[in-house]
Design a protein around this ligand. Sequence first.
Ligand SMILES: [Fe+2]
Length: 313
Amino acid sequence: MAATLFEDLAPAERFGTAPALLRHRLQHHALFSDAALVELIERTPRDRVHVNTMPRDATRPDLWREGDMTGVPGQDVLAAVAGGNIWVHLKRVHETEPAYRALLDALFAELEAAGFTPTYRRSMSILISSPAMNVAYHADVPGQCLWQVRGRKRLWVYPARAPFLETPVLERIVLGRAADTALRYDPAFDAEAEVFDLAPGDVATWPRNCPHRVRNADCLNVSFTTEHWTDALRAGYAVDYANGLLRPLFEPMLGGRDPSRRTAGAAFRAKFALAAAHKATRRLHRPSRMGVVDFRVDPRSPSGFVDIEPVAP
Ligand SMILES: [Fe+2]
């Protein structure tokens, strides 16, 4: 199959094994025009929309505030983002919008045709964010790609090992017992980060659980994230999930060491079965970033929002 959605797929075969940058061709795609984004903002169900703000120079996730934009016209939301200090996240658009689902499937079909491992349970979320906004240090559970469509942003990707990623904390994130921002961040970590300055047409990806953070350049940003699973990602996830369950039982025997994270052999097969059985017996209640809502999007305000009386979620 000829690649049409990508300009450069050369690193596709090592996609997911090291931080990597590829080139796509979606900068001028109709699904990311202002008109399409206005419609998407207005159509996306309320429970799939997050709008956040955070002081521009802050990196602490507890300063992340949750807002509301119910009923604000899409055009006004775009104006508020362009001039203000907010972050609009349209979650899992592939589930409600067939055109975005088709694009998501087509992107991964091209990646897989170029040598990337087969994927499943893919998802797509759209990010429209203000100049200089940042996203705090965190680690995601599934495979991730960050696709830059408009504007520029800097991405820091850190190794998925201690001290950047402490295994007990990762296990709690995987089990849904801690937020994805529960990791400790130290500015000294930056010396070991891979740094990508993303421009329109860039798509970055990194290995499972690599912590990362993002800062927008001084311009409006339109990006989207995709998540995916592969057999290798699922095996690693199952081991961390089972190790998180077993850790309290085996802690006295481990003497401060981490349990094995091997994804082969009899112990792995037992852990995979344990994780599957445990997941089947409970519904995962992953702590959401959704907190008290205390602002409302308003393009007439220089910040793009006005404070409101706090409303509990
Ligand atoms: Fe992320």
